[in-house]
Each structure stands twice: as structure tokens, then as C-alpha cells.
Ligand binder design. Structure first.
Ligand code: ADP
Length: 365
């Protein structure tokens, strides 16, 4: 069990590549925290610095209150699960899991006990005598996790551990890792570029872009209250729609206007609108999630859109529609009567909409 404190952690690679900038975070004992962001945003670098596999250029990293910047990886009591599993092909599953303990001169009885227990947790008991080459991708990934579990480390670090698996196996392994975390109650830091993985697995997410933390919070907090347009667009699938618009005050009412759109904002947003936009015709970006756009006819506030593409997913239909020069995505009921190339009436749930600063992307309303 471990707590982790990151204070202004930075990484500058040779050639002045700033991969991680001044990251601050507190990770509590037993927490499952996900570092998430697009490829190249610095999440692996940050994880490798926590592991001691990469030198820290600036800042202070503490585990259980002790600064470990200069503590060697093998002395940090951390287990790292890699994307490529890194199993020894000539060893059996059992030998792979036992290897780290053998190196650390554990007694054979203790090794056997831990390997048997980990194999049972991970459903690997009947494969202990097999070589990795004779296992499926999912089973190999489980062996890699097993090798980490037997160490009984303070802290588990995972670097995109599911990205080599097919879609179905990823879903299965996601659930297994959630169960594993519940069972072990261990502190886990998990890197992924997949926002679905992040949303479904993490107690808390640290969302990164260009080496900079954009937002830290529980998955639903980030989904409901994104700090900026980047986070709003990155978390959620299909992604949030963004429409460049102007904010207008007419009489006492506030409107959001764009080509094909003239939306009266709800009363609940007036205060925020009034404090943000003192005058009319301010440029903004309206953000609305596909699940907050509903197909309804005959409503006064409905907008007319043209259906361009319909993706039938069985339980729902994803509709891509054009609204003037804007393109928007809506999640429609599986029973929709919408047809491609026809008009459809859509109602935006503006209570749930966001307005972002057109220049900085900051969430304003
Ligand atoms: P992520 O894990 O989010 O994909 P990385 O941490 O791997 O991102 O990389 C962050 C940035 O640092 C990228 O721009 C990458 O090209 C750069 N980078 C990673 N490793 C090195 C290295 N050894 N030397 C120089 N630049 C690196």
C-alpha cells in the first residue's frame, strides 16, 4: 500500500524536448488513478519516472512521504506491467511468475504459495506448465499481471497493458483489472490513451495534453464539468460536438447563434452568461454531447438538420447531421424513423451544454 506525491514533476529529454511539465498530483492509498491523453502527451514518461526507469529532470517524487528521486527502480517496491508483456518465452507460465521472487531469493515454499494464489486469482491455474507461446494474448497479459501480483508491491504501474488485445478481450480484461484492484486494494497508476478505458476503470483521471495536466478528477466529474474544450472533446464517445457561435443578448434573454442555429439559453445559465459576456456578439464555442441532442418533432425550440450518415449500433443509432455548415453527431433511439438525406428535428438539452472561450478553450459557462 502506498501514497504517491508528485510535486512539479518535469521531464526534459536531450534536445530540449519538454515531455512533462510541472505535474502536481496526490495519489491516495489504494486509489486506481488513470493517466490519460493522446499519444505523445507524456503519460508514459511520467509513469516511467514514477517507476524509476527514467530520470526526473525537475520536481520531487515521494512514495509514502519519502522523496525517491534518487532511489533506484528496484528499491522502490513497485511492479510495472508493460504493454508488450515482456514474458520470457523459454520459461513456463509458473516460472515466469516466479522469476522475480527467485531473483530476490525468496524461499521455494513462499514462491509456490504466491504463484499458486496469483494463478488462482487470474484464472491461470491450469496453464502454469505452458510456455507463453501457447497462450492467447489475454492469457499472456494475465501472466504479466500475475508476475506483478506475486511481488506484493506497494504500487502497481500499468503502461497501456490492454492495447495489444482485441476489442472483446480488452473489455474482459478491463473488468478483471477492476476486480483485481478491488481484491488487492492496492495503489495503481494506469496509463492509457483510450478514454473509455479511463472512464470505466479509474477512481480518478489525470488528463494530459502536451506534457501538461489539463484536469484531475473523478470520471463523471470530468465528463460533466470539463475544464476546457480539449478535455470536453477527449472524454466521451462519440465526442462532444463543437459549434463556433456568437453569444447575443436580446432584451433580458441570451441566445447562441450560428448558421442554422438560434438557441435561447435556459434561465439557469443566465447568471454565468451575464458575468462572462458583458456585451453582445461575443465569439464562443458551443459544446453539446451527442447524448444531449434528442430527436423530437413539433417542439418550438427544435432545430432542423439534414441526416448525412446513420450508424446502426443495435441499441442506438449514431446520426451525423448537417446544420448549415456545421456537422453534428447525435445519439438517437434504435427506433428512430430518421432516414439518410432527409430532414430531422433535433432538440438540444441546453442545460447540459457548455460554452468555451473561442481563443483559449477554457470552459466559461
Ligand atoms: P505518451 O506515453 O503520452 O504517448 P511519451 O511519454 O511516450 O508520450 O512521450 C512524450 C514526448 O516525449 C513525445 O513527444 C515523445 O516523442 C518524447 N520522447 C519520449 N521518449 C523520448 C526520448 N527517449 N528522447 C526524446 N524524446 C522522447
Amino acid at each position: 500500500m502506498a501514497t504517491l506525491t508528485l510535486k512539479n514533476i518535469s521531464k526534459i529529454y536531450p534536445g530540449n524536448v519538454r515531455a512533462v511539465s510541472e505535474v502536481n498530483a496526490e495519489i491516495g492509498d489504494g486509489e486506481f488513478v488513470i493517466l490519460v491523453g493522446p499519444s505523445g502527451c507524456g503519460k508514459s514518461t511520467l509513469l516511467r519516472m514514477i517507476a524509476g526507469l527514467e530520470e526526473i529532470s525537475g520536481g520531487e517524487l515521494s512514495i509514502d512521504g519519502r522523496v525517491v528521486n534518487d532511489v533506484h527502480a528496484k528499491d522502490r517496491d513497485i511492479a510495472f506491467v508493460f504493454q508488450n508483456y515482456a514474458l520470457y518465452p523459454h520459461m513456463t507460465v509458473g516460472e515466469n511468475m516466479a522469476f522475480g521472487l527467485k531473483m530476490r531469493k525468496f524461499a521455494k515454499s513462499e514462491i509456490d504459495h504466491r504463484v499458486t494464489e496469483a494463478a488462482s486469482i487470474l484464472g491461470l491455474s491450469e496453464y502454469l506448465q505452458r510456455k507463453p507461446g501457447a497462450l492467447s494474448g489475454g492469457q499472456r497479459q494475465r501472466v504479466a499481471v500475475g508476475r506483478a501480483i506475486v511481488r506484493q508491491p506497494k504500487l502497481f504501474l500499468f503502461d497501456e497493458p490492454l492495447s495489444n488485445l482485441d476489442a472483446k478481450m480488452r473489455v474482459t480484461m478491463r473488468a478483471e483489472l477492476i476486480k483485481l484492484h478491488k481484491r488487492l486494494q492496492a495503489t495503481m497508476v494506469y496509463v492509457t490513451h483510450d478514454q473509455v478505458e479511463a472512464m470505466s476503470m479509474g477512481d480518478r483521471l489525470i488528463v494530459m495534453k502536451n506534457g501538461i495536466v489539463q484536469q484531475v478528477g473523478a470520471p463523471l466529474e470530468i465528463y460533466n464539468k470539463p475544464a476546457n474544450q480539449f478535455v470536453a472533446g477527449f472524454i466521451g464517445s462519440p465526442p462532444m460536438n463543437f459549434i463556433h457561435c456568437e453569444v447575443e443578448k436580446r432584451g433580458n434573454d441570451w441566445f447562441v447563434v450560428s448558421e442554422g442555429l438560434n438557441l435561447k439559453m435556459p434561465l439557469s445559465k443566465f447568471h454565468a452568461l451575464a458575468t462572462t459576456y458583458q456585451n453582445s456578439d461575443a465569439k464562443a464555442v458551443l459544446g453539446i454531447r451527442p447524448e444531449d441532442i434528442h430527436e423530437k418533432s413539433g417542439e418550438p425550440e427544435a432545430v432542423n438538420a439534414r441526416v448525412e450518415i446513420l450508424e446502426q449500433l443495435g441499441g442506438e443509432v449514431i446520426a451525423t447531421c448537417s446544420l448549415g455548415s456545421n456537422e453534428i453527431t447525435a445519439r438517437l433511439s434504435a427506433r428512430t424513423q430518421a432516414r439518410t438525406d432527409e430532414q430531422i428535428e433535433l432538440v438540444f438539452d441546453l442545460e447540459r451544454a457548455k460554452l468555451f472561450d473561442a481563443a483559449s478553450g477554457r470552459t466559461l459557462v
